[in-house]
Design a binder for this molecule. Sequence first.
Ligand code: PGA
Length: 244
Amino acid sequence: MEVIIVKDYEEASQKACEIMLNVVKNNPTANLGLATGSTPIRLYELMREDHKKNGTSYKDIKSFNLDEYFGLDQSHPQSYHYFMCHNLFNELDIDMNNVHVPKGNGNIDEECKAYNQLLEDNPIDIQLLGIGSNGHIGFNEPGTPFDSVTHKVDLKQSTIEDNARLFFNGKIEDVPTQAVSMGIANIMKAKKVLLIASGEGKAKAIQATVEGPKTTDVPASALQDHPDCILVVDEAAASLLKNK
Ligand code: PGA
């Protein structure tokens, strides 16, 4: 694991953008694994700005999102499909046929199977991740086996509360209780992993991920075994690291 400590959220987003653009420019047909949540919002804004200013093209790029709530149609403003269109895709030249977000309705088991096949057929060149305050990656909550692939998830109460605060106007009852998520084994297959963490609320999870034992109690600790994993962490999120 390479840990890059930067000053704040803005610097973390700039650094992550540099790493993402490097992949896209070096491989115009790259497969990007993308994430939602509040953390990548500024990164996506920087990617949109770069596209507008410098013309970096996503014409032949494919994208594969980590997860989706189950029970929200893709047109629902809180769905991750909608989030991605609004925060990134609508302002890039990406072909929407090349955009993949797990489906949040229909037959969930079939959807998980199809998404796993899609990932088998399209190896991810760079997987972007945020991290939950409980150490989750994607919707892989504590206790998820490291050999898990795309699966149906029952969301933990702490995640429902975090997401209600940030995205559902505080209305806990509106947050779906289930989701479809890439598994930890899918994430570990990506050629490169880029995890961004910002703020004090992530400090414990980052400490456990980097310096703690590898344990399913901290899903992100699986990344200790990834051969090319970069953590871009701001000072607040790095504050509990013992070896800086
Ligand atoms: P956040 O979520 O970016 O909104 O903090 C990260 C995550 O839960 O993976």
